[in-house]
Design a protein around this ligand. Structure first.
Ligand code: ZN
Length: 127
C-alpha cells in the first residue's frame, strides 16, 4: 500500500453555533488541511497519483473556503464549521474527483486531517 499527502493552508473565520449553548464570537484560524490518498501500487510512471493535478484540485476545493467566513459557505451555513466537519466535507469533496485521476487502478482518500492551530487537529477517516 502506498500513500501520498498534499497539504494546504488557508485563513478563514468561523463561529461555532451552540458552543456550550451560545454561538462563539467570530474569530479566525490559519487552517491547515492534509489529504491522504492511498492505493495498492504505483502506476507505469512509478506514481500512486500525480501531485500536479492533485495540488490543482486542492487549490480548487480549498479556494471555496479561503479568506471566507465559513458560517456563510455551504454546507457550513447549516453544518457547524468545526475542524471535524471541515475534515469530513473535504473528504467528500476530494472523494468525488480523486478516483478519476488514477485511471490504472483504484485509489481513494483514506484520511483528511484539519488543523485549527499547530497543536489542535481533527481527522476524518472513512469507515
Ligand atoms: Zn475556532
Amino acid at each position: 500500500m502506498f500513500e501520498v499527502h498534499v497539504t494546504a493552508t488557508f485563513p478563514a473565520a468561523h463561529a461555532l453555533r451552540n458552543y456550550y449553548g451560545k454561538t462563539e464570537p467570530i474569530h479566525g484560524h490559519n487552517w491547515r488541511a492534509r489529504i491522504t490518498i492511498a492505493g495498492p501500487r504505483v502506476d507505469s510512471m512509478g506514481m500512486l497519483i500525480d501531485f500536479v493535478p492533485l495540488q490543482k484540485e486542492m487549490g480548487r476545493i480549498i479556494g471555496r473556503l479561503d479568506h471566507q467566513f465559513l458560517n456563510e459557505v455551504p454546507p457550513f451555513d447549516e453544518v457547524n464549521p468545526s475542524a471535524e466537519n471541515i475534515a469530513q466535507y473535504l473528504w467528500e469533496q476530494f472523494s468525488a474527483s480523486i478516483p478519476a485521476m488514477q485511471p490504472e487502478f483504484q485509489v481513494g482518500v483514506s484520511r483528511v486531517e484539519v488543523w485549527e492551530t499547530d497543536n489542535c487537529s481533527a481527522v476524518y477517516l472513512p469507515k
